[in-house]
Design a protein around this ligand. Structure first.
Ligand code: FE2
Length: 181
C-alpha cells in the first residue's frame, strides 16, 4: 500500500494506465492482422502480448486506487495497423514501445521532482519492463534480418516468433505474479 500522497501524479498515472490499455488494443489488432495473413505463430505472440499489456494496465489501476486516487478510463481510439508486411508491423510496434518507454521515463522524473518516492519506486518496475520489451522486439527484428528475404522467409520468421510466444507463456506460468518480458 503506497504511503505517500501521490495526488500530483494522478493525471500522469491515469495517462500511463490508459496507454497500457491502448497498447493491449493495438496488440489485439496486430494479432488479427497476423491471422488475416495466416501467420499463426505471430498471431499467438501478439495475443500473449496483449494479455501482458492488460496486466500492466491493471497493475497501474491497482496502484491508483490503493493510493486513494481516482482511476479514469478514456475512450480507446481505433487501433490502425498501417503495415503491409510482418517486418514493417514489427518495426511499427518496436517504435511504439520506444514511445511508451519515454513516457515511463518522463513520469519517473516527474515523480522524483515531486518528491513522490512511492510512485518513483512503483515506476521502476515499468522502466525495467520497457527495457525488456525493446530488447525483445529488437531481437525479433535482428532475427528477421538474418533470415532475410528468401522464398520461405515469412514461414521461418513466423516460426521463430511462435517459439518466443511459447517461451513467454512458459515464463509467465513459472512466475504467477505476472509481468516478465
Ligand atoms: Fe506495457
Amino acid at each position: 500500500m503506497p504511503q505517500t500522497n501521490s495526488e500530483a501524479l494522478a493525471p500522469t498515472l491515469n495517462m500511463l494506465m490508459n496507454g497500457e490499455f491502448r497498447a493491449a488494443h493495438i496488440y489485439f489488432q496486430a494479432a488479427a492482422w497476423c491471422e488475416d495473413a495466416k501467420l499463426a505463430g505471430s498471431a499467438q505472440f501478439f495475443l500473449t502480448h496483449a494479455s501482458e499489456e492488460m496486466m500492466h494496465m491493471q497493475k497501474i489501476y491497482q496502484y491508483i486506487v490503493d493510493a486513494d486516487l481516482s482511476a479514469r478510463f478514456e475512450a480507446l481510439p481505433e487501433p490502425k495497423i498501417e503495415a503491409n508486411s510482418l517486418v514493417s508491423l514489427l518495426q511499427e510496434i518496436y517504435q511504439h514501445e520506444k514511445l511508451v518507454s519515454e513516457r515511463f521515463i518522463k513520469a519517473t522524473k516527474e515523480a522524483d521532482q515531486a518528491g513522490d518516492l512511492s510512485t518513483f519506486e512503483f515506476l521502476q518496475w515499468f522502466i525495467v519492463e520497457q527495457r525488456e520489451e525493446e530488447m525483445l522486439f529488437r531481437g525479433i527484428l535482428d532475427r528477421a534480418a538474418v533470415i532475410g528475404d528468401g522464398p520461405h522467409s515469412l514461414y521461418y520468421i513466423d516460426t521463430e516468433i511462435a517459439k518466443i510466444a511459447a517461451a513467454a507463456v512458459a515464463a509467465a506460468s513459472a512466475t504467477p505474479a505476472g509481468g516478465g518480458a
